[in-house]
Write a protein that binds this ligand. Structure first.
Ligand SMILES: Cc1cc2nc3c(=O)[nH]c(=O)nc-3n(C[C@H](O)[C@H](O)[C@H](O)COP(=O)(O)OP(=O)(O)OC[C@H]3O[C@@H](n4cnc5c(N)ncnc54)[C@H](O)[C@@H]3O)c2cc1C
Length: 387
């Protein structure tokens, strides 16, 4: 029997941080895959809102393992495939000024080391070397993981897209999926404004819109969008390379983080407290004064930098800060690859491979750890320390 042209092995809804690398992994395995996105090109959802930080320094084993693989992919991409994705191995520094953060960071060191992470709690002198000009008053040290880094989310997603295309993966843009088709609680495909596409497996990689999408299949998952703002400065001579994460709370905010990218621009964002739930992406007038006061206090030499652009995007937030990845138990053929919170760019490539192996029934021992931690059916009691 000849296969109909609108029939695939797998349909992925969402060509973002997760959907595109997942498509690349499936394509490489020879799985006939279609990716559909309502945006005009790859990564135009939340992917391009990310500031590009990539770390394996987490406290959750699943995140550590998924991001270790992502780091391998990002850091070797240029030498393997030639595209410049602006990978910069600058490391991640968490400077410490208070006992609370020192305790929290030291508590998770054993688990981080158990999973082979190259990091340590270092002296204040070392932090001052890594972040020249950092405020020394009360600085008691911090953790530093030199193998973490950053890359350009748009360049990376486009490199993954080209590679997925080279394996024969099909992409449709400017098509919104209005419904996941199910018959007797089994996936049969999707409907868009332009047509109907069939597949026995549909992957929900819709990020902040996952709940809305998967409700059309009669299921409900706890992924809620909340908004975060970021900004980028003019380029200046490089003077530090690591991502600096200040975990201390401040006025109406929790942590904030920033780094200087390959082009010399300082990129930064902050976590509002309380979280701003919803899909509003209009920039606010509160963000810049709030975050810049905190940054200049931490690193006074930033004070003369001019900000070029501010933007606001969404985290696909889960109740405990960890992703939701795995088969839906009520709807056969539906896989969730969502709930990435503030880490979908770094989790994307590693998680994409796990999802591809899950579909092919070829899970590795690491995959089992990841899938257990990311199970959509886990208890959402705990909170991840470094979310
Ligand atoms: C300010 C800010 C800074 C961040 N910094 C970082 C960082 O440094 N490092 C990091 O790892 N992460 C960071 N993130 C988080 C990261 O951006 C997200 O976790 C990640 O992009 C989520 O990936 P995703 O694939 O789930 O969603 P997306 O990348 O948004 O992809 C989902 C896609 O699905 C499409 N879609 C949704 N519904 C439908 C539908 N019904 N039909 C068709 N298409 C649909 C959307 O158009 C979108 O393209 C940051 C986020 C923000 C807002």
């Amino acid at each position: 029997m000849t296969q109909k042209s609108n029939t695939y092995d797998v349909i992925i809804v969402g060509a973002g941080s997760v959907g595109v690398p997942t498509a690349m992994a499936l394509g490489e395995m020879g799985v006939k895959t279609l990716v559909i996105d309502r945006q005009p090109s790859p990564g135009q959802g939340e992917n391009k809102k990310a500031i590009g930080g990539i770390r394996a320094k987490h406290s959750d084993p699943g995140k550590i393992l998924a991001c270790l693989r992502s780091l391998e992919i990002f850091s070797t991409w240029k030498e393997r495939y030639g595209d410049n994705i602006e990978w910069l191995k600058g490391g991640y520094a968490f400077p410490v000024y208070r006992e609370a953060e020192e305790k929290a960071l030291k508590n998770i060191l054993p688990i981080q080391k158990r999973y082979g992470l190259n990091l340590d709690f270092v002296s204040p002198e070392r932090i001052r070397e890594i972040v020249p000009g950092i405020n020394p008053d009360g600085l008691s040290g911090g953790t530093f993981s030199p193998d973490d880094g950053s890359a350009s989310p748009l360049r990376a997603v486009n490199a993954f897209y080209r590679r997925a295309r080279s394996f024969g993966v099909s992409f449709l843009f400017r098509e919104g999926v209005s419904k996941i088709i199910t018959v007797k609680n089994e996936v049969e495909g999707v409907v868009t404004g332009k047509g109907t596409y069939s597949a026995p497996v549909v992957i929900d990689a819709a990020g902040p819109y996952s709940r809305e999408l998967t409700r059309t299949a009669g299921t409900d998952i706890p992924v809620t969008p909340d908004s975060h703002e970021a900004a980028i400065t003019e380029p200046v001579q490089p003077f530090f390379t690591c991502m600096v994460v200040d975990l201390r709370p401040g006025p109406d905010s929790k942590n904030y983080y920033f780094y200087q990218n390959r082009l010399g621009q300082v990129v930064f964002c902050i976590t509002p407290e309380p979280l701003i739930v919803g899909t509003d992406k209009r920039e606010t007038s509160t963000f810049l004064p709030q975050v810049s006061a905190r940054m200049v206090n931490l690193l006074p030499r930033l004070k003369n930098l001019r900000v070029r652009r501010v933007w606001r995007g969404l985290y696909p937030m889960s109740p405990d800060g960890a992703p939701l990845v795995g088969w839906n138990r009520e709807v056969k053929g539906l896989i969730h690859a969502t709930g990435m919170c503030g880490q979908g760019f770094m989790l994307g490539p590693g998680t994409g491979e796990v999802v591809a192996r899950l579909i092919r029934g070829k899970r590795t021992e690491d995959d089992k750890v990841i899938l257990e931690g990311f199970s959509p059916y886990r208890k959402f009691g705990g909170q991840e320390s470094l979310k």
